[in-house]
Design a binder for this molecule. Structure first.
Ligand SMILES: Cc1cc2nc3c(=O)[nH]c(=O)nc-3n(C[C@H](O)[C@H](O)[C@H](O)COP(=O)(O)O)c2cc1C
Length: 339
């Protein structure tokens, strides 16, 4: 037992990250453990009923009971401003296999906001309520409908209006990224607003934003009183952060993943991406993940410098073989692949 524990069995969520956390990354993160719920990148809904393949491409887990290979439930995220179309597509997603629908009211990207989705909807809480309500009515009661908001658009003044609107629409749970759209990703995250929302609403609130370490988790828990926490960039920087937090709360000693294990993880990811992305993008996904890992592992910066200009499989794999503690592994994996 460690001497400083808190009596909490936290629920750990992987935050949705468009263009970064796809089903391959979800699989790896859930294999490591400590993650209770995953969320997909968003499906953009305009005014049409999307074909089945749009849902299964973004979320192949729909074909496997909407769970990762390690049995972690995956929620499908929708983004759009048209309540009717959102309802129709939520129902379609459920028909394709979704077991929970998450609604995106947080995306700050111009292209998304210009097409009437994401954080721009926070300027009109009645629209948030209408969208959540339409989706809630369109899917069976057994399907949780959850929402993810920021604290506002131009500033944070509408945080409670939007949270209340999501709840009034019938959201079963609300994740709050503790910044406005204009705050972007600039520190700090304003966790104190999450605490106010949690006190006022009857539904579970998931705290999100800048929970990078165990110490920050403790502070966020103190400030918000939440039982559920969502991690995006921080989970990529420390892929076992969920395990660290859970071990701490259970009073169990835990040795966080060290750099050699991270390299093995990256090597596994490299092998997956090598098969599925065009050769000209080879190594890009690894470099993208390293950009987050650099925040927690100084070795990641050095590794990134070695890889950053390389595009050829042979050169990239040579760098991996220097970095892996047992380069033999590369040879073995190649032999298995060839067999
Ligand atoms: C590259 C990137 C992509 C993101 N994509 C989404 C998304 O598709 N849907 C969403 O609701 N939030 C998205 N977010 C916001 C994250 O889910 C999360 O709210 C934010 O990164 C704060 O959490 P963190 O400090 O743990 O990263 C994205 C963030 C980043 C950095």
């Amino acid at each position: 037992m460690t001497d400083k524990t808190i009596s909490l069995q936290p629920k750990i969520y992987q935050a949705p990250m468009e263009g970064v956390i796809d089903h391959h990354v979800r699989k790896l993160l859930s294999m490591i453990g400590g993650v209770d719920i995953c969320v997909t990148e968003f499906v953009r809904v305009t005014d049409t009923r999307l074909p089945r393949r749009v849902f299964t491409r973004l979320c192949p887990e729909l074909l496997e009971g909407a769970k990762t290979a390690n049995d972690v439930p995956v929620r499908l995220q929708l983004l759009g401003g048209n309540p009717e179309a959102m309802g129709i597509n939520a129902a379609k997603a459920v028909a394709v296999g979704a077991k929970a629908i998450d609604l995106n009211f947080g995306c700050p990207a111009k292209s998304v906001n210009n097409s009437d989705g994401g954080a721009c909807l926070l300027q009109s809480p009645h629209r948030v309520e209408a969208i959540v309500g339409a989706v809630r009515r369109a899917v069976p009661d057994r399907i949780p409908v959850t929402a993810k908001i920021r604290l506002g658009f131009n500033d944070r003044s509408t945080y409670m209006d939007n949270a209340l609107a999501a709840a009034a629409g019938g959201a079963n749970e609300l994740a709050v990224h503790a910044r406005s759209k204009v705050d972007g990703y600039k520190p700090p995250a304003y966790w104190e607003y999450i605490g106010e929302i949690r006190e006022k609403l009857q539904i579970p609130i998931v705290a999100n934003g800048d929970i990078w370490t165990l110490a920050e988790f403790q502070r966020c828990h103190e400030q918000t009183g939440c039982q559920a926490f969502m991690f995006g960039r921080s989970l990529l920087a420390r892929p076992d952060l969920g395990l660290q937090i859970k071990a701490f709360c259970a009073g169990v000693e835990y040795q966080p993943m060290a750099w050699p294990q991270i390299v093995e993880l990256l090597w596994g990811y490299y092998q997956i991406t090598r098969e599925v992305y065009p050769a000209k993008y080879l190594g890009n996904r690894i470099k993208q993940w390293l950009a987050y890992l650099k925040l927690a592992f100084p070795e990641a910066q050095v590794f990134f410098e070695k890889l950053k200009r390389l595009r050829e499989a042979e050169a990239i794999e040579a760098i991996f073989s220097q970095e892996l503690e047992s380069p033999q592994e590369i040879i073995n994996q190649k032999a298995i692949a060839a067999a």
